[in-house]
Design a protein around this ligand. Structure first.
Ligand SMILES: [Mg+2]
Length: 224
């Protein structure tokens, strides 16, 4: 059983957690990443996709690989890849009212930019409901699941041993839950079949799993 008053800090990943992974929003961004690599380094689509995947697996984020291995300036990349519209994304009234009921601090912890996060949250009509967005710039371009990014998160939020057990983190990517779980944070996986391999490998690090945030928010009890 999960009780609302067991937690003071509600940390949410953004992409594929705040909205349904099956909408394919992230696929569009992924295609933009491929395009960027193709044009920046004069590569064909297969070469670009290979680098994209290799860096994602090695560094947790393709951008991190480009910074480390190709000395890329991140701004140019971020502006390009997030320059997409999301007409398929709609607000969800149920989600809005349930998120508003949550007491405590609500935080977005994303490997994307705060500009992208704000764009998505605005469409979802949740832009005023989060206390803080910790984005890839705040993380100094070292993404989840690198342990250093969680250290930064704790610094930004003033979290320590006393309040980590009052903290809960939601993610669609199980490997990003691992460092959180090791720190004593309660972990919630947004179930999806796209990250199946990641789930099979890392399921031990999940405390709870739900099909979506609405399902989770229906389950919590207001008072413990
Ligand atoms: Mg995600």
């Amino acid at each position: 059983m999960i009780y609302q008053n067991s937690f003071q800090n509600w940390i949410f990943d953004l992409d594929n957690t705040m909205y349904d992974i099956n909408l394919g929003l992230f696929k569009k961004i992924s295609n933009r990443i491929t395009d960027f690599i193709m044009s920046k380094y004069s590569l064909d689509i297969d070469q670009a996709k290979k680098i994209q995947k290799e860096y994602y697996l090695k560094y947790g984020l393709t951008l991190r690989g480009l910074i480390v291995e190709k000395k890329l300036e991140p701004e140019e990349f971020l502006d390009y890849v997030h320059d997409v519209e999301h007409p398929e994304l709609k607000k969800n009234d149920q989600l809005i009212s349930k998120i508003r009921i949550l007491e405590g601090k609500k935080i977005i912890f994303t490997n994307a930019t705060s500009k992208h996060a704000k764009k998505i949250l605005k469409i979802l009509e949740l832009e005023d409901d989060f206390d803080q967005i910790i984005d890839i710039k705040d993380l100094e371009y070292i993404p989840k699941p690198d342990k250093r990014s969680y250290k930064k998160l704790l610094e930004c939020l003033n979290l320590n041993k006393e309040n980590l057990d009052k903290t809960i983190f939601f993610e669609d990517t199980v490997k990003n839950l691992i460092p959180a779980k090791e720190l004593g944070i309660t972990t919630v996986w947004m179930k999806n079949s796209i990250n199946e391999k990641d789930f099979i490998k890392n399921f031990n690090f999940i405390d709870y799993s739900f099909n979506n945030l609405n399902e989770f928010l229906d389950t919590i009890k207001m008072r413990g």
